[in-house]
Write a protein that binds this ligand. Structure first.
Ligand SMILES: NC(=O)c1ccc[n+]([C@@H]2O[C@H](COP(=O)([O-])OP(=O)(O)OC[C@H]3O[C@@H](n4cnc5c(N)ncnc54)[C@H](OP(=O)(O)O)[C@@H]3O)[C@@H](O)[C@H]2O)c1
Length: 316
């Protein structure tokens, strides 16, 4: 059966009705909040700083501070919080923030859950396919070992922290997101202007594998995992047809009706972006959604061409 043919047994399962989201203001969190609310769910949002709406609860993850009342009565906790990985050059200070913001947020949530008498059934914690590191053409699923490098180490530490909720009797899902393609924000927002000017091109030799997923499918995958009591541990949130960077470049240029004739050599990327270039743009990660497919999840956009057409159409 094709992915498109078996769309979403998810929806009919026992969806959690009350969900608390950390990092709800971000790319994935905003879309997830909207989707859960549109299907009648109650979403509480943890915000750093002052709460400005009844559904917002203030927390201070850097200092381990949270009002446990924010979690009381919820069935699921979704943790998407962390300083943005692609937002700035990876200086030593930035790397400390990228790692520590994720560890602190996760630890604060797990410690709050530990203090509760009636605990949420599930903690869905973000992670990334960066867990696998730079792996050439190796096909990676959730049974694959972790890789080397900064992102892999951050993901491992982040996942270890989330797994501390397991002995508390909480189902823990580690959502290893691939590059999320969205109508606005995320990686496409950075690539698109260059491609529109006809300045897009493959990165390095373009042989590196890129795992990707549309924002719509990512959010449905999260919803699916929250509703499926059998889903636990790592879960790759990546479309079933990853592509090489050269294929991605061709597809994006074609979707925008522009040429993509300017390859960007590795040394240029390294000078421009430093270590981030190797970890995010030149690393090869061919991740497959083994757990999602085994659990009956169907991707609405399994192929890149269709995905880009949908995402770019929505951004108009
Ligand atoms: N988007 C992707 O392509 C992708 C791919 C792989 C993995 N992921 C991971 O999935 C998670 C969600 O992704 P996203 O794209 O939605 O992220 P995002 O847009 O960067 O949003 C992350 C949220 O984390 C909170 N945050 C920012 N700085 C923080 C800090 N220093 N300490 C604690 N919280 C902080 C912010 O919420 P508040 O300001 O409201 O607190 C922000 O809205 C992230 O952890 C990301 O690393 C994303």
């Amino acid at each position: 059966m094709s992915d498109q043919a078996k769309v979403f047994p998810t929806a009919e399962r026992a969806r959690p009705r009350r969900v608390v989201i950390a990092g709800a203001s971000g790319l994935i969190g905003t879309a997830l909040t909207a989707r859960l609310r549109s299907s009648g769910g109650e979403v509480r949002q943890l915000v750093r700083g002052t709460a400005r709406a009844p559904a917002e609860w203030s927390w201070d993850p850097a200092n381990g501070k949270i009002d446990v009342a924010a979690l009381v009565g919820t069935e699921a906790v979704v943790n998407l919080a962390g300083a943005n990985i692609g937002a700035g050059r990876w200086t030593a200070a930035r790397k400390t923030l990228l790692r520590q913001s994720r560890i602190d947020a996760t630890r604060t949530l797990v410690e709050a859950i530990a203090r509760m008498t009636e605990k949420p059934a599930v903690l869905l914690n973000a992670s990334a396919v960066g867990y696998y590191g730079d792996r050439g053409a190796e096909v990676l699923d959730e049974t694959s070992a972790s890789g080397r490098g900064f992102l892999a180490e951050v993901c491992e530490a982040w996942e270890t922290e989330a797994r501390r909720a397991e002995p508390l009797g909480v189902r823990v899902v580690l959502a290893r997101f691939a590059m999320v393609l969205a109508p606005s924000g995320g990686a496409l927002a950075k690539l698109r202007p260059l491609f529109q000017l006809g300045l897009g091109g493959r990165l390095g030799r373009g042989e590196q594998w890129m795992s990707w997923v549309t924002l719509g499918d990512a959010v449905r995958a999260v919803e699916h995992a929250l509703a499926d009591p059998q889903m636990n541990g790592p879960m790759n949130v990546a479309a079933p047809v990853p592509v090489t960077n050269a294929e991605f470049t061709r597809a994006l240029a074609a979707a925008l009706h522009r040429p993509a004739v300017f390859p960007v050599p590795r040394p240029v990327l390294r000078v421009a972006l430093g270590e981030m270039a190797d970890a995010m743009l030149l690393a090869s990660t061919r991740a497959m959604p083994g757990r999602l497919r085994a659990s009956g999840f169907g991707f609405e956009q399994p192929q890149l061409d269709g995905a880009l057409a949908q995402v770019l159409e929505r951004s108009h």
